[in-house]
Design a protein around this ligand. Structure first.
Ligand code: SF4
Ligand code: SF4
Length: 224
């Protein structure tokens, strides 16, 4: 899922201050899962903005809405209708959701209420960890299902480096917490699979063109 974190109330307030009637729009899929942009967070942000502007003595009407997915046009129709009655929108969907709305609402100011951070998984309650950078040429098949592009601090395709100690990445000392060395994890998994000899397979330099180095990517399926 896409993981994001809500911007500070002060930053959001500054973005919408010029307006008098705004809509806070949430997304009940990815950003709801990471407790940043679902309908509960819409209600919290709307209440916080309402209170903050009241305390400043500024008139601000804050409306709320939320849809299943802001990144799919068909789900946006209600938001588009509601947007006609407001001066600006704060979207707490991921960056794709915000842009989806922006492209369908000409002339309507729209602001991001969260910082979209990464593609990740829910590691435990309240903890999300990055797992994929959408490189467009997945190599998990040769790395025991663990991604060094994302999870190695140096994005090494042939690891580990000399900084790997006792299963931990060398950045652990700087970050003052235990960061697993993904190449140690890959080693362990290959050993468990009885395929440790694959560690000697050389991985050539990666072609980053499918990863976006050639500009914005698009995928078209020919069977629809
Ligand atoms: S190799 Fe690429 S596509 Fe596969 S998990 Fe890593 S970043 Fe994502
Ligand atoms: S210690 Fe491991 S995870 Fe850290 S940079 Fe070196 S190979 Fe990558």
């Amino acid at each position: 899922m896409i993981v994001g974190e809500r911007k500070s109330l002060a930053e959001i307030k500054d973005m919408v201050r010029p307006y008098g009637k705004i809509l806070v729009a949430g997304c009940d899929t990815c950003t709801a899962e990471c407790l940043a942009g679902g309908r509960k967070q819409v209600a919290e942000l709307a209440a916080a903005l309402d209170m903050a502007f009241r305390l400043e003595g500024k008139e601000m009407e804050v409306q709320e809405t939320s849809v299943d997915r802001q990144c799919i046009h068909e789900f946006l129709l209600d938001v588009i209708d509601q947007a006609e009655n407001v001066e600006a929108i704060v979207s707490i969907a991921c960056g794709a959701g915000v842009q989806s709305l922006a492209e369908r609402l000409p002339g309507k100011p729209i602001f991001p209420g969260i910082n979209t951070t990464f593609i990740g998984e829910t590691a435990s309650m309240g903890v999300w960890q990055e797992r994929c950078r959408g490189c467009g040429d997945c190599l998990l098949g040769s790395t025991a299902g663990l991604c060094p592009v994302t999870r190695c601090a140096k994005a090494l395709l042939n690891g580990p480096c000399g900084g790997s100690q006792n299963g931990l990445c060398e950045v652990s000392a700087t970050l003052k917490c235990d960061v697993p060395c993904v190449w140690a994890m890959i080693y362990d998994r290959l050993q468990e699979m009885g395929e440790l000899d694959r560690l000697t397979d050389y991985c050539p330099p990666k072609d980053w063109r499918p990863g976006g180095a050639m500009g914005p990517r698009q995928m078209v399926r020919g069977d629809n």
